[in-house]
Every structure is written in C-alpha cells, then in structure tokens.
Design a protein around this ligand. Structure first.
Ligand code: C5P
Ligand code: MG
Length: 197
C-alpha cells in the first residue's frame, strides 16, 4: 500500500493536491475536516459538538478524530492505500495512526509537507471564504487556526522526521507545478507497476 500524510498549515493546498494525488495513485482520500463538515451538515450529535470547536479554530479531541479515522481505514483496506489530509494534527494522533495501520499490517510511506508563508495562507483562505463560504475562513478564526498549527500541529513533522518519513515541498507556484514536485517524491514510494514490452 501507498499511505501518505499530506501536511501543512490551513490554506497550504492539502485538499487541492489530494484531489490530484488520489486520481493519479488511486488512493482513498481521508480528510478529517471533510468528515467533520459532513457531520455538521447532517446535524449529528458529533457535528453539533464539532461545529462549536471548528468555528473557534480549535481542535476536536484526539479520541473523536482517531475513532473516525479508524472506521474509515478498516472499511477500505482492500484499496491501494490512503491519503491522510488534515490528520494527524497532534503527536497523539500520529502515534494512534501508526498503531491502527500496524494492526492492519501496513504503515505510513511518507509525509509530504507543503511549505507556504503566512501572508500567502491568509490571502488564499480569504479567497476561499468568498468562493466556498466556509464559516471558519474569516480573519479571526484564520489567525487562531494558524496559531494552533504553529503551536501544536507543526510538531507532528518531528515525529515523521525521526522516522525518516518527512519531505518538505515548496507549496507555492501553480497547482500543476506543486503537483509535479509531489509526484516526483511519491514515485519513489509508489509500488512499481509491472512493465510489458
Ligand atoms: O483539515 P481542515 O482544515 O479542513 O479542518 C477544519 C477544521 O476542522 C480545523 O480547523 C479544526 O477545527 C477541525 N479539525 C480538527 N481535527 C482534525 C481535523 C480538523 O479539529 N484532525
Ligand atoms: Mg482541507
């Protein structure tokens, strides 16, 4: 299996690049933010709780997101692999993810971290607010999301770095340029297709 963590601050382009990656490498997209937004849209008990947290730009508890991820992984073990988008956001989530994958006889292949400076992130998220109307894409919440990223989530890099699984890529340029950089890394990890001829 090819199991990737796509990583970076809010607005780095994780969702956009995930769409291209799943298409090329035929992976299951596991976006915890999308799952939570779906729960909110369906007004489930989890969604009602998550809405309050997301609208402040804070993090939903490890137990809840780990439970969501475990279900989705165990329901999709027959595929080529997963791309984890927006998860893990804490060291505890990273450790739990390793344990779930190990219990299912697989592991993370590589973490790809998209590097984008803060001014550019804010610009992109304000543009997305106009296009998609996400309630957490407003300037106060954006600043808090970036703060939570810097204070908590950014340390997840060290976890993968210690395992030699951390690769940082410039997250600026055109969508295609960024995707080419990601593909160059993923091609090192993707199972080689048998070749005919
Ligand atoms: O990943 P994304 O940026 O779409 O997540 C949106 C929001 O969902 C985050 O700002 C956070 O409030 C919440 N979230 C979370 N834990 C995760 C993923 C998302 O708390 N693992
Ligand atoms: Mg996203």
């Amino acid at each position: 299996m090819l199991n990737i963590v796509i990583f970076g601050p809010p607005g780095a382009g994780k969702g956009t690049q995930s769409e291209l990656i799943i298409e090329k490498y035929k992976l299951v997209h596991l976006s915890t933010g999308d799952i939570l937004r779906n729960e909110i849209a369906n007004k489930t008990p989890l969604g009602i709780e998550a809405k309050k947290i997301i609208e402040k730009g804070e993090l939903v508890s490890d137990d809840i997101v780990i439970g969501m991820v475990k279900n989705k992984i165990e329901g999709n073990m027959t595929g080529n692999g997963f791309i984890f988008d927006g998860f893990p956001r804490t060291k505890e989530q990273a450790e739990a993810l390793d344990k779930i994958l190990e219990d299912n006889n697989t592991s993370i292949s590589v973490m790809i971290s998209l590097d984008v400076d803060e001014d550019e992130l804010v610009k992109r998220l304000l543009k997305r607010a106009e296009e998609q109307g996400r309630t957490d894409d407003n300037i106060d919440v954006i600043r808090n999301r970036i703060k939570v990223y810097n204070e908590v989530t950014s340390h997840v890099c060290d976890y993968y770095s210690k395992k030699n699984k951390y690769r940082s890529i410039p997250g600026t340029g055109t969508i295609e340029e960024i995707f080419d950089r990601i593909s160059a890394v993923l091609d090192e990890y993707a199972p080689k297709r048998s070749c005919c001829g």
